[in-house]
Design a protein around this ligand. Structure first.
Ligand code: BMA
Length: 389
């Protein structure tokens, strides 16, 4: 190359910089809690924030892995089989325990398969979110063993090494979720929802099994370790209490704005409680949406469902109006996504399947303009990229 083009290039450099800078100007003001979040994680956060209040993304746990009467079939999805579209949000589970010889999660989903499906979901613009039912590190029993263990795994505790071991393994797994061609290979941004449903006491990290201070320390340590020690910046973190009475209870274990991106709610519809929930949920979802809006966070109904959906029109008569009650488009406030739990078997499923009595109502729900499933609009989820400062 002669000197002239080189010089031209040198002079063009500030112009290019300015151009890139101005391209990034209309970037969202709402940003992830991690100041060093990757471009894709920023884009995801920004898109969710922008969508919030306008429409609600529909999600399903283990959607691509199995459903009623099938398992591990290419293209399989009960949601798609019923309404013609894949969900927009895909939930995955990391428990019981990660280890050198452990190939499957608690629900017999292989981690290698999961990696493949996460990528598939991402390539359609879908959002991947992870739950973690980690075994009780003190007793070795499952996550539902309420024996207190949080103090033991905090720094200085006798079992701290077990937490480090699991977080190291989670980091390897999260980092293995990658996409893009060689010139733009990147880590897939994910929403991680650790230590969920803590307002209940069924997990060893639940309300009666550790103090709010211990819980906050555990949450902060988890985030700091993954973010700072392991250098994971593709992560958004969800804080997801179960049923709560008021703002004070919702926020009692809140680790702080620097540690949370999604303010969630895990709350199931259960038949004996249905009239109560019917009255209660719009208000609770509104409260979560408001708390999130005040902090410029994302609000989400991070886990819900009505087991086996015995109410034919539950989708349009309960879930949809409850979600809609929290929407406030003018303020970008509302519930950004809802995730229903897994389709394990006919007496433990939360999405419909072909032939199910609520299938027709689900189709109506899925076509409502306020509900978004996979499709062309979802393709832009990771495109509104704010450049890293
Ligand atoms: C529960 C049930 C269990 C499952 C666990 C973790 O709600 O669905 O069957 O093992 O979640 O995914």
């Amino acid at each position: 190359m002669s000197m002239k083009p080189l010089l031209a290039l040198r002079h063009a450099a500030p112009v290019i910089t300015l151009l890139l800078f101005s391209l990034s100007l209309p970037a969202q003001t709402a940003a992830p809690s991690d100041p060093a979040a990757t471009r894709k994680a920023r884009a995801l956060f920004g898109s969710l924030h922008e969508t919030q209040g306008k429409c609600i993304l529909f999600g399903h746990q283990d959607d691509l892995a199995y459903g009623i009467g099938w398992r591990r079939q290419a293209g399989g999805s009960d949601v798609k089989a019923v309404c013609g579209a894949y969900p927009a949000v895909f939930g995955w589970e990391l428990g019981r325990q990660m280890g050198d010889t452990i190939l499957y999660n608690i629900d017999s989903v292989g981690f290698a398969d999961m990696r493949h499906w996460v990528k598939q979901a991402y390539q359609m613009g879908g959002i991947n979110t992870f739950s973690w039912h980690w075994d009780n590190p003190k007793t070795g029993a499952d996550a539902w063993d309420p024996t207190p263990a949080v103090a033991d795994i905090l720094p200085g505790g006798p079992l701290h090494y077990k937490l480090i071991d699991q977080l190291d393994r989670l980091a390897v797994f999260f980092n293995s979720l990658q996409a893009g061609p060689w010139w733009n290979r990147h880590r897939i941004p994910v929403i991680f929802r650790p230590w969920h449903e803590h307002t209940g006491s069924w997990f060893w990290w639940g309300a009666n099994n550790c103090t709010p201070e211990e819980y906050k320390q555990l949450f902060r340590f988890t985030v700091d370790y993954l973010r700072q020690t392991k250098g994971l910046h593709q992560m958004l973190f969800a804080y997801s209490p179960d049923a709560f009475r008021d703002t004070a209870e919702y926020l009692r274990n809140y680790p702080g704005d620097a540690y949370v991106d999604v303010m969630g709610l895990d709350y199931y519809y259960r038949e004996p409680r249905l009239p109560f929930i019917g009255a209660d949920l719009p208000e609770k979802l509104r409260l979560v949406a408001q708390l999130a809006a005040e902090r410029r966070k994302i609000a989400a109904f991070t886990e819900t469902g009505l087991e086996s959906i015995p109410i034919e029109n539950w989708w349009t008569q309960m879930l949809l109006p409850h979600l809609a009650a929290a929407q406030n488009p003018a303020q970008h406030s509302g519930i950004a996504y809802v995730l229903v739990w897994r389709n394990a078997r006919t007496n433990h499923h939360f999405a419909p399947y072909p032939g199910h009595q609520s299938a027709g109502d689900f189709v109506t729900f899925s076509r409502d303009t306020r509900i978004m499933l996979a499709g062309p609009a979802l393709k832009n989820m990771y495109r509104k990229e704010k450049r890293k400062k």
